[in-house]
Ligand binder design. Structure first.
Ligand SMILES: [Zn+2]
Length: 288
């Protein structure tokens, strides 16, 4: 792996090993800007990788460029695992959404709270600046943010989509309805390239967002169909009983994670009044 890698004249990528969800093994950090530089994803908790990451950042700083901050897209450990150390070593503040700050409180100090729609201005050179808009995109995590630069239509997409592995929407942190809503919002940006936290740059982001939405809705339809079949003339069924049929196309090794995904779909279906959940035994039924 060559690192860092130049993605454009104002974006470079540095992938560091992290404890992330297999088959992904690394989290991408990005350096955005020119004279002003914003780093994204203080991800790695591993000492050897942190040393390399710091060397990369110092190299940037040594060429007369000014690192303004390191931004975390959300609170998951494979995104903030190095936040405290990297920010201390480089003497730069950590930026994140309020909901992220709340979840890392005690471990990571967040110096600036980002809000939806605000603009981050980075001086590229004397006569040119780049403006990145913060987009609050909850769904995978409550405080998840993306960054969009409308001139080159570059989108830093965090964990909204990935080009390696899948994006887990798990109850607690995740919210399937919000996630789908935000994917549709991202699709409307007509971005030219999306830069994910895991895997290669995505050249056709809009098609990718639409495919993700379609795929989740297909899974939701399957949940309703299987639930309808299993409960016909019988009592309600538990989520665990749905997994083998809903995920017949994936290896049973994935089923424990698949169950979390069904949980998230069920939460959405229950809140929409399309499925009922029996509080006493946790069983489900299709409405109507
Ligand atoms: Zn994540």
């Amino acid at each position: 792996m060559i690192r860092p890698r130049e993605i454009s004249s104002t974006v470079s990528l540095f992938a560091a090993r992290t404890p992330t969800l297999p088959p992904a093994t690394h989290t991408n950090s990005y350096a955005l800007g020119g004279r002003d530089v914003l780093l994204v994803e203080p991800a790695t908790p591993y000492e050897d990788e942190q040393r390399e990451w710091i060397a990369w950042a110092r190299e940037i700083g040594s060429t007369g460029r000014r690192i303004v901050a390191v931004l975390a897209t959300h609170h998951h450990p494979d995104h903030v695992g190095g936040a405290t150390l990297l920010s201390r070593e480089l003497e730069i503040p950590v930026w994140a959404h309020d909901a992220t700050a709340a979840r890392v409180a005690g471990d990571v100090e967040v110096h600036r709270r980002l809000t939806d729609g605000e603009e981050i201005r980075l001086t590229i050179r004397e006569d040119r600046e780049e403006r990145w808009t913060v987009l609050h995109t909850p769904g995978h995590a409550p405080g998840h943010v993306c960054l969009f630069e409308p001139r080159a239509r570059t989108l830093i997409v965090g964990d909204m989509v990935a080009s390696v592995g899948t994006i887990l929407i798990a109850p607690g942190d995740g919210d399937m309805a919000l996630y789908l809503e935000q994917l549709e919002r991202l699709a409307k940006l007509d971005a030219a390239v999306a830069l994910p936290a895991h895997g290669e740059p995505i050249d056709e982001p809009t098609a990718t967002f639409e495919r993700y939405v379609a795929h989740r809705l297909m899974r939701e339809q399957k949940i309703l169909k299987v639930l309808g079949e299993l409960t016909q003339g019988a009592g309600g069924v538990a989520v665990t009983d749905l997994v083998p049929s809903v995920y017949e196309d994936v290896s049973p090794a994935i089923w424990p994670i698949a169950k979390l995904s069904i949980d998230a779909h069920v939460e959405k279906l229950v809140s929409e009044g399309r499925v009922t959940l029996d509080d006493r035994d946790g069983t489900l039924r299709v409405v109507g």
